[in-house]
Design a protein around this ligand. Sequence first.
Ligand code: C5P
Length: 247
Amino acid sequence: MSAEVEKVVMPPAPAPVIAIDGPSGSGKGTIAHRLASLLGFHVLDSGSLYRLLALAAQHHGVALDNEAALQVLAGHLDVQFQQNAAGEAVIILEGEDVTNVIRTEEMGRSASIVAALPAVRTALLHRQQAFREQPGLVADGRDMGTVVFPDACLKIFLTASAEARAERRYKQLLEKGFSASLPALVDDIRSRDNRDINRPVAPLKAADDAIVLDSTQLGIDAVMERVMREIGQLPELKRHLRNGSAA
Ligand code: C5P
């Protein structure tokens, strides 16, 4: 009698996630994009979803404290993340290019107001998790390592003093030809930090297993070097990168 060998088919391992959390202006968006292009991973700028919701609310005349209406809007956000011919990210909301519109200070402020509402966060959770695809994802935000991708293989919490972050934003605005007030930017960053840190759901905080990096005195290249060093210490991720897909 021939013994039947039962074949066990293992489900494929989920795509690896690198979570980069931290306050506004810490440089996490730049690091996330650099890392994603270096590793060939997808990228999720989760803050853009909260900014898009704030803009959609403005378009539809929904108040920023109307949690029930915002929840419905969040569940039906008509958004496309595309690339233009130059390979730059383009965000389309309800058929309109809003790539630059959502980046204003006003939208950042409104985003942090809607982001404090529990029903909004729940409505956007699966949308964020759907970005997890092979060969991997670099996700940046406030709660990537704590709530959205708690099983991320690497969690970085990138921070910097409010003054340093405001100064970076100030320089960016001047370079783009906008006028700006440094003290007003410091105030704005502080009040956004307060709202993000003190909200009851998914507050801005480092996951217990996150590596905390302070970029106050570090340039982007130095931060990238530190992150690459951490990646070099992860044998599973290195194997995954060598194989070009999940093992
Ligand atoms: O990162 P960004 O500045 O674009 O985010 C805008 C706002 O969205 C933040 O101030 C924060 O309140 C909110 N946010 C969040 N959770 C995330 C990403 C952003 O609450 N994962």
